[in-house]
Design a protein around this ligand. Sequence first.
Ligand code: 5GP
Length: 194
Amino acid sequence: MDLLKQKILNDGIVLSDSVLKVDSFLNHQIDPNLMKEIGDEFVERFRDEKITKILTIESSGIAPAVMTALKLGINVVFARKRKSLTLVNDLYTASVHSFTKNVTNEISVSKSFLDENDRILIIDDFLANGQAALGLLDIVKQANAEAVGIGIVIEKSFQDGGEILRDKGIRVESLAQIESLKNGQVTFKEEVTV
Ligand code: 5GP
């Protein structure tokens, strides 16, 4: 994903040694051409998985999730972070501590949108400590569905989410892996080609 890496280098703002701001193409303003490439890449990487549904979390996971789902011809379900007046009964819920906001949200998904026949690809914008991904995996488990893997736009490899998830045997595919944000500088992890 050279385009994504270029965008990160050109437009990303390093806020601290651990936080990258990408509001100009992913977290606030959205670049649809980049989202389309991201969707195509996730489809390519998970092409043999017979995915039936994409699960993400509001709000920044939705754009890459929708582009992936569009190409696969399937639906996206996004976990809600706030209780909705119309979303009251029959919910799968999980607790997720937000790395950037330092609050714990109860996330929820209506039971009517996931079931035991689903093969689910989880997609999110960032992977830091893995809390969002673990919460979504918990919801997949409650639905007795199968999680085929996790697609991440930007993984910060210096935080432990990737290791926690991969140690559980979960397939994690990240389109950009950041090794360090030290000294205001983005350093990508070297890609190992097999
Ligand atoms: P985790 O749950 O893996 O600890 O953190 C992932 C979530 O926190 C993502 O959904 C994302 O919204 C947010 N996040 C974590 N790190 C960053 C970051 O460096 N920049 C931005 N923009 N969001 C982040």
